[in-house]
Design a protein around this ligand. Structure first.
Ligand SMILES: O=C(O)CCC(=O)C(=O)O
Ligand SMILES: [Fe+2]
Length: 373
């Protein structure tokens, strides 16, 4: 990796800051509970920049208490008990109809049994990949106070208007298994929106206003799936350029994302880490430690002029070169920063982590500072 690529890409796909070539993008992660509305207004709402609020902001929400089990899975019995007979809209993510998915209405209890079967069947079903979406739970069950609107989102002209004429609202609940997703779109009237993730993980792909024009086909229609290789077909997507890349945000359970006005987005539901990768927090930490220690050793041996080949993996690192190793170390430092403040990670017994995550982060940062990163 050369220096130019390094500086262009070092912040790509990271939650701390995102930089897509030719345009600087920054995603703030807000962890301090005393973060004020004025700060949000000045730094996110008016500049029209996305941000993510940590799970501290949703700590006291009833949905987190009642809808999620101790081991971080959806609490099916509770949902069944409270809403089993409710009729809910369900979309089939496997079928494309214009630029959306066909919907049906089913009782929630049927949807939950489909979901359980879908998991048992190795994440597949002859009924398709069904996603419960756009359910007006709040409107239909006003007695269930499952969340509190954060102060940042209390100014909400659309819902204020719809509430006054008692016709509609834009408050929705989404739920579905791994693999369910929402195709590329911007929100209604290009309004800004917010979305809290109660359980599991979500992957958001966001494009700043205007960038969606690269993602239109020769008829001017938006691409359905921004991850599709069809974009590379110059005949179909003449305006697509390879540096038209999204800002990617992985939203963990309890976190709230702010999607600013006119930002197009696509959303994928992932799965809780352990079942997704077969890796738990301790193993994930050990994995990051191994990768970072190899790169630190690479720099140390280079500095000492010692024979690189003596160290495991060194020829690969030599091929990738110092900028790639710095890139890797910087990405690991972002990951470690996120891991250290993650509430589930904090619950782990850190005494068994050698070195302590904070010390590993410090060591990595020393290398980055030494190379002026
Ligand atoms: O969570 C999803 O699948 C889509 C959410 C979305 O597009 C939104 O909240 O604006
Ligand atoms: Fe949306």
């Amino acid at each position: 990796m050369d220096k130019r690529t390094f500086f262009l890409c070092r912040n790509l796909n990271s939650l701390k800051s995102g930089e897509s070539p030719g345009r600087l993008q920054h995603v703030d992660y807000i962890d301090e509970p005393d973060f004020s509305y004025s700060c949000f207004f000045e730094n996110c709402l008016i500049p029209n920049q996305p941000c993510v609020f940590s799970r501290r902001f949703t700590e006291d929400w009833n949905c987190r208490k009642y809808w999620v089990t101790q081991d971080g899975k959806p609490n099916f019995p509770r949902l069944l008990q409270d809403f089993g007979n409710a009729l809910v809209p369900v979309a089939d993510c496997n079928i494309k109809e214009y630029n959306a998915n066909p919907k049906q209405t089913v009782p929630l209890k049927d949807y939950l049994s489909y979901w359980e079967e879908y998991i048992q069947n190795g994440y597949s079903s002859s009924r398709g990949c069904l996603y419960l979406k756009d359910w007006h739970m709040h409107r239909e069950f006003p007695g269930h106070t499952v969340y509190k609107i954060p102060v940042f989102f209390q100014s909400d002209w659309l819902n204020e208007y719809w509430d006054s004429i008692e016709v509609d609202d834009y408050r929705f609940v989404y739920m579905g298994p791994k693999g369910t997703w929402t195709p590329f779109h911007a929100d209604v009237f290009h309004s800004y929106s917010w979305s809290a993730n109660v359980c599991g993980r979500k992957r958001w792909l966001l494009f700043p206003p205007g960038q969606e024009d690269c993602l239109r086909n020769c008829h001017g229609d938006l691409v359905y799936d921004v991850t599709s290789l069809t974009l590379l077909d110059k005949m179909k997507y003449p305006k697509y350029v390879s540096n038209c890349q999204p800002i990617e945000i992985i939203q963990e359970a309890g976190e709230v994302i702010f999607v600013p006005s006119g930002w197009h987005h696509q959303v994928h539901n992932l799965v809780i880490m352990k079942s997704c990768t077969g890796i738990d927090y301790k193993e994930f930490y050990t994995f990051l430690k191994t990768i970072s220690k190899n790169r630190i050793a690479y720099f140390n041996t280079r500095a000492e002029g010692a024979a690189l080949s003596k160290i495991n993996n060194m020829s690969t690192l030599q091929t990738l070169g110092p900028h790639h190793c710095l890139f890797d170390l910087q990405q690991i430092s972002f990951l470690l920063e996120g891991l250290i403040i993650n509430e589930d990670f904090k619950k782990q017994d850190h005494c068994s982590f050698i070195p302590l995550p904070e010390d590993l982060l410090k060591e990595i940062k020393e290398v980055l500072v030494y190379y002026d990163i």
